[in-house]
Design a protein around this ligand. Structure first.
Ligand code: PEP
Ligand code: MN
Length: 378
């Protein structure tokens, strides 16, 4: 059970103390407090853990400072959607809103290779009105002999160039807790020129110790990718690890499943799960068409398959697109074969817009039919 307190409740207030004293008397129930400090107000939620079935909602709702009460099911307690759950489905980071009602594109380099390529990418993003990008510094590679990413050495110039072109959020995978500190230091050194969304890659979806560490910090939002060989439920529980440690700024990423049933694609595209994740949880849902498809193959209609699956995810309600671009894919050190060309960026963005408008029309259509159905019932 979650008690959502009246906004701006202060822990030193007598009412709050009274509430906590009251909760301490519930036998077999412990509490966990989470406070989210926003620009305009702070919101406190108290989680009651234990057998809360015996507590009548009406009684708990009347306790001091309590605004409303949500009874949660066992699954995805914090990030899940529960009955009568009106908790937000969005968050803000560095002036950018991420939610189940928005769409953000993160086009960029799979891996940072040269300073020139970083600059070309970011310049083009700015020319096309983009404020987010992806840039890998720490690359998990199948072979130990493959390029592992430039690591912390590239961070200062990546952040500086981002600041120069007005990029506000960079999605960047980390594979070890030490990377968190390296990113923090480089941001500080560059005067917080930009912001970072930490990425947990598909290989680390169930690296629980890494999840706990990333979840314990609340500065950076987190994009957690679905594990490529585990169930959706297992991946959603992995996301819940982040939230249970305190970080609710979490986006869930679909990136395809590893099976040869998806051939000739690199992975089996799983974007039919976009509406499912939105129904089960309050997380914005990201699609990664590049790692799903893995090639620049084009269908007979002249549309790249990467663009087709992007549209499929967006028309189903996706909220974020993480996609590989490169100025010269044949020279890319990682994942060149799936990179879109910088000159394809405007087409990609316009194609996304078409799919998004179609999605918006579909939601209006559904709303109209719901109203008709409801009036028929009456
Ligand atoms: C990536 O986005 O660069 C990446 C390695 O993705 P994934 O973890 O989905 O393979
Ligand atoms: Mn990649």
């Amino acid at each position: 059970m979650i008690l959502i307190l009246v906004p701006n409740t202060r822990p030193e207030s007598p009412e709050y103390k009274q509430l906590m004293a009251h909760l301490a008397n519930f036998p077999g129930i412990s509490t966990r407090v989470h406070t989210e400090v926003g620009a305009e107000q702070s919101l406190t939620e108290i989680y009651l853990i234990g057998n809360t079935k015996v507590l009548p909602i009406e009684d708990v709702s009347c306790l001091p400072c309590v605004d409303r009460v949500v009874r949660v099911s066992e699954e995805y307690r914090i990030l899940g959607r529960h009955k009568n759950d009106d908790r937000p489905t969005y968050f803000e980071y560095n002036g950018v809103r991420f939610g189940q009602d928005t769409l953000n594109v993160f086009a960029g380099l799979c891996a940072v290779d040269t300073i020139e390529h970083v600059e070309m990418m970011m310049k083009s993003l700015r020319e096309h009105g983009q404020v987010c990008t992806r840039m890998g510094a720490y690359k998990p590679r199948t072979s130990p002999y493959s390029f592992q990413g430039h690591g912390k050495t590239c961070l200062p110039y990546v952040f500086d160039i981002a600041g120069k072109y007005g990029i506000k959020v960079i999605a960047m995978e980390i594979t070890h807790e030490s990377h968190l500190e390296e990113i923090r230091n480089a941001l500080y050194q560059t005067g917080n020129a930009t912001g970072v969304m930490l990425q947990i890659g598909t290989r680390n979806t169930q690296n629980f110790e890494l999840l706990k560490i990333v979840g314990r910090q609340q500065n950076f939002p987190v994009l957690i990718k679905r594990g490529f060989g585990i169930t959706l439920d297992e991946s959603l529980n992995a996301a819940e690890y982040l939230a249970s440690e305190g970080n609710r700024k979490v986006i869930f990423g679909l990136r395809g499943m590893k099976t040869n049933m998806g051939d000739p694609h690199r992975n089996f595209v799983d974007f039919s799960h976009v509406p499912v994740v939105r129904r089960l949880t309050r997380m914005p849902v990201c699609i990664d068409p590049s790692h799903s498809v893995g090639t620049r193959a084009s269908s007979p209609d002249g549309i790249l398959e990467i663009m087709h699956v992007t549209a499929q995810g967006i028309i189903a309600g996706a909220n974020m697109v993480l996609v590989d671009f490169h100025p010269a894919p044949s020279n890319a050190l990682v994942d060149g074969p799936q990179a879109l060309l910088i000159k394809e960026l405007p087409q990609f963005l316009e194609d996304i817009q078409i799919a998004r408008e179609a999605y918006e029309k579909r939601t209006l259509l559904a709303e109209r039919y719901r109203e008709t159905l409801n009036s028929d019932v009456i």
